[in-house]
Design a protein around this ligand. Structure first.
Ligand SMILES: Cc1cc2nc3c(=O)[nH]c(=O)nc-3n(C[C@H](O)[C@H](O)[C@H](O)COP(=O)(O)OP(=O)(O)OC[C@H]3O[C@@H](n4cnc5c(N)ncnc54)[C@H](O)[C@@H]3O)c2cc1C
Length: 393
């Protein structure tokens, strides 16, 4: 089928099948069995999963639609035009799913991927530990073989959304006697078992999306080791590239179009800024805004080029470069918005503040984390220097 015909058919299908409650902004489910979805959202997830469009580029045998990149882009474009919400997002379709596709055995793919594609269970990410963040290979959570299972002991830090998750993929130490990068394994763990305990970490904002996840003789089947015992550093780094390419807006595994929309100035910002004859009166702000618009455009073109050059669902080390520039550009946009709004961009009075103004401040603060999550800015710069530019250690 030509892409033009596919576009037309897709447009009509979305029009007929996307319920009103699944359009516009709002909750984007990530498949938690512990969250009851509103009716329209649940219906949208079900219809998209039936079509294979929660994971459009995955093979049909595993719950995808087997779309080539050109068709995938048409689909994303039409979903955006219709204002249709992403039916399923996050770690399940963007991180662990493509990792299982790349490294899993046939049996593992048959077991896990259809579950992922239908959004039957949310996944947490168990990488960081109290003593292992940037230096991830220092991790100490132990997995010891016990017959046809492993017993896990240790703690993971900053596990986002862990209270809502059903499964967790973890990097664990299987061979402590080996050099640190060579004794690590990636495993899939069911969180609904007595050996897994989750403690929310209270943040200054009062919200607790972060958790500490403890394993005390948690049980993992030997069948749920992904990519082989002691091969976790290779598998785990690839998963990080899937994560970083998601942050970069260039992961084509799930049915979302990336984060580029976040680097657009909202039109209403004009209401806050003094103008003379329709032009911003402050020349410094004008220059900043122009540069931001140019950088955002360049970022979008770079994302597009990166996607066009893909031979997989995500690129390798260039993910680090696009993740970093995307994060810096988004943060610059947040700074610009707060500056343009003047004192109204800094509303601390939670009870009385205008909600739109308050949201600007909260976003400005929250998105500071974009240069930490998924690997810090400094770590990305190290990767770019060594792996992309080939500079010496
Ligand atoms: C919003 C958010 C969500 C997250 N979600 C998860 C999750 O779900 N699961 C999970 O496992 N983790 C998660 N993390 C944790 C994240 O991966 C770590 O915070 C990150 O890897 C940094 O580790 P750290 O916090 O231990 O900082 P550290 O590694 O202690 O770094 C502290 C500082 O030292 C710098 N630094 C460290 N090493 C070097 C070096 N070699 N060269 C130059 N500078 C260096 C860093 O850049 C940083 O500025 C999340 C973090 C955030 C902010």
């Amino acid at each position: 089928m030509s892409t033009a015909k596919f576009r037309e058919e897709t447009r009509v299908w979305i029009e007929e099948n996307c319920p009103p409650g699944a359009r516009g902004s709002g909750q984007i489910p990530f498949g938690s069995r512990q969250v009851e979805l509103e009716a329209d959202t649940a219906l949208w997830l079900e219809r998209m999963a039936e079509k294979g469009w929660t994971v459009p580029t995955w093979p049909k045998a595993y719950g995808g639609a087997g779309l080539e990149r050109d068709y995938y882009e048409v689909l994303i474009d039409e979903l955006k035009k219709a204002g249709a919400r992403t039916p399923l997002t996050g770690r399940v379709v963007n991180y662990i799913g493509p990792t299982i596709l790349e490294f899993g055995t046939d049996a593992q793919k048959q077991k896990w991927l259809p579950i992922c594609a239908r959004g039957e269970g949310a996944w947490a990410m168990g990488y960081s530990e109290p003593g292992a963040g940037s230096d991830l290979a220092s991790l100490n959570t132990r997995a010891v073989r016990d017959g046809d299972r492993y017993l896990l002991n240790g703690s993971k830090m900053w596990t986002s959304d862990a209270t809502l998750c059903d499964y967790i993929f973890v990097l664990v130490r299987t061979s402590p006697e080996k050099p640190k990068h060579e004794g690590i394994t990636l495993m899939l763990v069911d969180m609904h078992q007595p050996g897994v305990k989750v403690s929310p970490i209270q943040l200054i904002s009062g919200a607790s999306p972060f958790c500490e996840t403890h394993f005390e003789d948690a049980v993992v089947s030997v069948d749920d080791v992904i990519g082989g015992v002691d091969r976790g550093w290779t598998v785990g780094k690839r998963l990080l590239q899937f994560e970083r390419s998601t942050h970069a807006g260039i992961n084509i595994s799930g049915s979302q179009g990336g984060r580029s929309e976040e680097s657009k100035m909202p039109e209403w910002v004009g209401d806050y800024v003094p103008k003379v004859s329709g032009k911003l009166s402050d020349p410094a702000l004008r220059k900043w805004l122009t540069e931001f618009e140019m950088n955002s455009h360049a970022q979008r073109l770079t994302q597009r080029r990166a996607i066009e050059e893909l031979s997989s669902r995500a690129p390798g080390f260039t993910s680090s470069a696009v993740k970093l520039t995307n994060a810096l550009n988004i943060q610059n946009g947040d700074e610009l918005l707060v500056a343009a709004m003047g004192h109204q961009g800094l509303r601390w009075d939670v009870q009385t503040a205008d909600q739109q103004e308050l949201a600007v401040l909260q976003k400005w603060l929250y998105q500071k984390s974009l240069t930490i999550a998924g690997g810090t800015k400094e770590v990305q710069l190290n990767i770019i220097a060594k792996r992309v530019l080939g500079l010496p250690d």
